[in-house]
Design a protein around this ligand. Sequence first.
Ligand SMILES: O[C@H]1[C@H](O)[C@@H](O)[C@H](O)[C@@H](O)[C@H]1O
Ligand SMILES: [Fe+2]
Ligand SMILES: [Fe+2]
Length: 308
Amino acid sequence: MAPGLTSKTPPPHPSGRELEEVSDQIDAINILLSSPTPTTTTTTAGDSKPKSNFRQYLTAAPQVKALYKEQHEKQTVEYNLAARKAFHLTVRARMGIWEAMEKLNALIDESDPDTSLSQIEHLLQTAEAMRRDGKPRWMQLTGLIHDLGKLLFFFGAQGQWDVVGDTFPVGCAFDSRIILSESFTQNPDSKHPIYSTEMGIYTLNCGLDNLLLSWGHDEYLYHVVKGQSLLPAEALAMIRYHSFYPWHREGAYKRFMNEKDWQMLEAVKEFNPYDLYSKSDAPPVVEELKPYYTELIDEFFPKKILDW
Ligand SMILES: O[C@H]1[C@H](O)[C@@H](O)[C@H](O)[C@@H](O)[C@H]1O
Ligand SMILES: [Fe+2]
Ligand SMILES: [Fe+2]
């Protein structure tokens, strides 16, 4: 009995009719409790996976943890410089954007605890979520292509550790806000006299463009798209920094930001929910969407066949 409703004289036994009323009320409450609660802040449109259930790395599958362990041990300054040099020395393929998306279909990203869909589906989910929200055409296209850098996997990558996953700068101390950051103790740079310091090889407010971000799909696609599209600076930042969660989500590495980076941070933050939370939307029907997106591709990539 609720406080305040107690009385010294015991209540009379409820009549049959009263009992029926109470039982009706209980039924009504049960119906309310079992029907889905409309939420506006914790779920994405058309889906019921709460936002807090994404990016759960501590409880992720063993292959996700193994991938990050290997990545954190092997992404060094030395590796980074060698990968950048190799990138600039060759053209790996010549193909259009849609063809690249189809090629990527064969890759399942082992770093991702939130989707096991193919990459073409993830790209279309991201773009479609933006289109539904009336985002500008250049942004929809950015959503469509943002993970095409994962093609690196087919171009002589050492595994998935140098292609997928979150990014972080090398050449300065590894921040504890990087996911699963304990594994950096096995990275030789964590004992280097300069690379292990807070500023490392960088200077205050030097600008994110001057950081050696860990080598992977963001950095690769940024370099491919930069000279071969009509996409604006915000789109290039979305591509280059979308996996840089320790920065755009956790607020680390602010000491290296210049004025332009603050603007770009806004763009990347606007992009992120479409990339992350659309992963639980219904899988798109690729062939149905193709006409809309091929037109969009043509608008911003006047050169139909790109150098990859
Ligand atoms: O596992 C994911 C995936 O590889 C994404 O493409 C990347 O952008 C994310 O940062 C990462 O956490
Ligand atoms: Fe990505
Ligand atoms: Fe993505």
